[in-house]
Design a protein around this ligand. Sequence first.
Ligand code: PAF
Length: 286
Amino acid sequence: MSIEIVETVAGLRHEIAARRARGERIGFVATMGALHAGHARLIERAAAENDCAVVSVFVNPIQFNDATDFERYPRTLDADAALAAAAGAQIVFAPSNAEMYPRAPLTHVDVDELSAGLCGAFRPGHFRGVATVVAKLLNIVQPDVAYFGEKDYQQLAVIRRMAADLSIDVEIVGVAIVREADGLAMSSRNRHLAEVERALAPEIYRTLTQLRDEIAAGASSAAELKFAAGEALGVHGLRVEYLEFVDPETLAPIERIAAPVVIAAAVWVGATRLIDNLLCPLESRG
Ligand code: PAF
């Protein structure tokens, strides 16, 4: 299937306006490229539920608080366009930095409390950069629906709230995490893992499922569970940046687990930081 690559805001607006005039419904998937099967799931959903699926590919400098991480981020536009086309997209929007930020922005979007904990505590300014670029992208594309992966659970919560608070006329849809056969959550960062690290990385999901099972069996002390998880991952040489039990809506940390929680973690596997999360519904508790 052929795909159109558009590099300018004006060009994209022109294309979207023509499609709108034909009555098309627009679905949108925002990405930083290095697309994998997890992104393909989002794009397939956007393509199935809309007349036109637009995929943005933009490595957003203002959400990186580490210049090396930004430089190291994989840039694979040709392969991304091929994957997007195969997943059913009609348009890839791939602007340059200068197109997105013709001058240093003086306007930013802060989503206060939801951005404070978890990744936000370790990556100052990250969610400000995410909320700002997603607000810009939603404003440029003006989709009916935008799809985001649940792997970035906090990001999804921040974007939902930002869209609601700013009255952006879009439906935000969360799509379930896509995992490798051994449980590792798909991520563009997985390609940084050396072979031995790749073999260890599924320990993250294994630990999360173990915690979920213990909670289902009645464990309720977050501190005790955190300690055990840190030890279990440490045995494999993985370093926990954070592992928290949080309220699924507010993301407030929970110390005594008595209602559904999300277990959210960021773990270093060598020089690669991976995140994952798992919902514990507690329905199996007596
Ligand atoms: O999840 C990502 O890839 C990015 O944070 C996003 C949403 C495309 C904003 O740059």
